[in-house]
Design a protein around this ligand. Structure first.
Ligand code: SAM
Length: 448
């Protein structure tokens, strides 16, 4: 069985040009994002700020006129920020009259939308944000010190668990979230929300550990107001550096929406993105405490609603389990050639339905994204995505790899894209060895 799946992947792979460049593994990690706006909110799943220039160099992309860039899975906004930098003075894609650049991000998680908005507005309009931020912060602190008029309702089981957050810390975080949420919609408010999101991590005894939040008894925790103020202070410092630096003209639009369905506009020359990998990470779960504290979620029902709007990359979505209204996951005839061998490798048993639903649903969802992206791109436009091939179970003990890089490349080709190449940037060795356990950059082009 396992030979069959490897043969299947090898046969798919043989249609594409494959480059191994594992010396550049840091490009698919958050390691380089440790200063300036890139460091504002620690998003473990982000790729490097330097990936953008690697793509421009590899694809020899050149543009005439302003840059139009889109990221349908914007996450913490790494690619949006890199695109604005590249289009700005001194950047690799800067144009002499570089004012009309347009950068768009879609993101389904409201916490990450706020992170993207804060970063992009500060790159484009640092002085404006600085002008409003001091006063906004002072209003929040004054109102916080005056105390809440009524009792503060703390939402969600996690914030109410005293082992994770003291009752005082949970109340203060939610109160701060409400005060910031009541400010006028602006760049300053986004910045303050991101500072509070970072304070959520610093004030509780939890650690983000891949798929879950783990309790760390020995973790030292900060106090909410001082943690929030210290993150705000350091962000203000970064904004001042931006205000003194080189400029980028243009517009950034970050939409809270679903990459499978939201309005994308068109005419993009470039897209660099990373969809959720088919590896069971449920971002709604991992970033739920921030969402509760910021006032984006008020109860478990809203949490579930947000979860089902995410791509089927984890089995906790009902849609993944039931497969588009059917009780059992069923492959369509058109999907059999690509996915039958993968589905046959899933061990029978308790988790068969969940895993099958997730894997089939994942490729069905991504096909929709490729189709919409193809329509939105300008002729000659380049779209690149980073994806990790996830190992399910342990290799050699019934486990198998979902080679998302070659499987997605094939889906994209069927939606009209030309696959220019697959760059293997990192080997993943945690659950056993396989040449397909890896993280890759897949380069697509819409033929002129
Ligand atoms: C791998 S992360 C992207 C990381 C990003 N490249 C960065 O550097 O920060 C994938 C993102 O896709 C988002 N996502 C999941 N389902 C989505 C959907 N249906 N539409 C848009 N975004 C979605 C997740 O919330 C997550 O932030």
């Amino acid at each position: 069985m396992l030979t069959k799946i490897i043969d299947h992947y090898k046969s798919l792979e043989s249609s594409y040009s494959l480059t191994r460049n594992v010396g550049s593994a840091s490009l698919v990690t958050a390691k380089d994002n440790s200063s300036g706006v890139d460091s504002w909110f620690y998003f473990k799943e982000s790729f490097s700020r330097n990936l953008f220039d690697y793509v421009v160099e590899t694809t020899q992309l050149s543009i005439n006129g302003p840059l139009r860039f889109v990221d349908p899975f914007a996450g913490s906004g790494t690619s949006l920020v890199s695109a604005l930098r590249a289009a700005g003075e001194g950047g690799s894609l800067h144009q002499p009259d570089g004012t009309g650049n347009f950068v768009m991000g879609l993101e389904v998680n409201p916490v990450m939308v706020e992170v993207c908005r804060a970063k992009t507005v500060c790159i484009l309009h640092p002085e404006h944000v600085l002008g409003e931020l001091d006063e906004m912060r002072n209003v929040v602190v004054r109102q916080f010190e005056a105390g809440p008029g009524d009792e503060v309702r703390v939402p969600g089981a996690t914030l109410n668990e005293e082992r994770y957050y003291s009752a005082d810390a949970a109340r203060d975080l939610v109160f701060l979230g409400a005060l910031i949420g009541a400010l006028p919609d602006s760049g300053g408010r986004s910045v303050l929300r991101v500072a509070l999101a970072s304070a959520v991590g610093a004030t509780g005894k939890l650690r983000k550990d891949g798929r879950a939040l783990r309790y760390v008894k020995s973790k030292r925790v900060a106090e909410p107001l001082s943690s929030f103020l210290s993150f705000t202070e350091s962000m203000i410092h970064d904004i001042k550096v931006l205000a003194a630096g080189e400029r980028c003209g243009g517009e950034a639009m970050v939409v809270h929406g679903d990459a499978r369905a939201a309005e994308l506009r068109d005419g993009y020359q470039l897209s660099i993105f990373s969809p959720p990998y088919p590896n069971n990470i449920d971002y709604t779960e991992v970033y739920k405490v921030e969402a509760y504290a910021l006032g984006f979620l008020s109860d478990e029902a809203e949490l579930r609603q947000q979860r089902v709007r995410t791509l089927r990359s984890h089995p906790s979505s009902r849609a993944a389990l039931s497969m588009d209204g059917l009780d059992e996951p069923v492959l369509r005839d058109s999907e059999k050639e690509l996915l039958e061998v993968v589905v046959e490798s899933i061990p029978s048993g308790r988790y068969w339905q969940q895993r099958t639903g997730m894997i089939v649903g994942y490729f069905r969802d991504m096909r929709l994204v490729f189709r919409r992206m193809f329509d939105a791109m300008a002729p000659g436009g380049v779209a690149c995505f980073v994806v990790g091939n996830s190992t399910h179970g342990v290799l050699g003990e019934g486990g198998f790899v979902v080679a998302a890089d070659v499987l997605l490349a094939h889906c994209a080709a069927e939606e009209g894209w030309e696959v220019e190449g697959i760059h293997v940037l990192r080997d993943l060795i945690r659950r056993g060895k396989s040449e397909f356990a890896r993280e890759s950059l897949v380069i697509l082009r819409k033929k002129s």
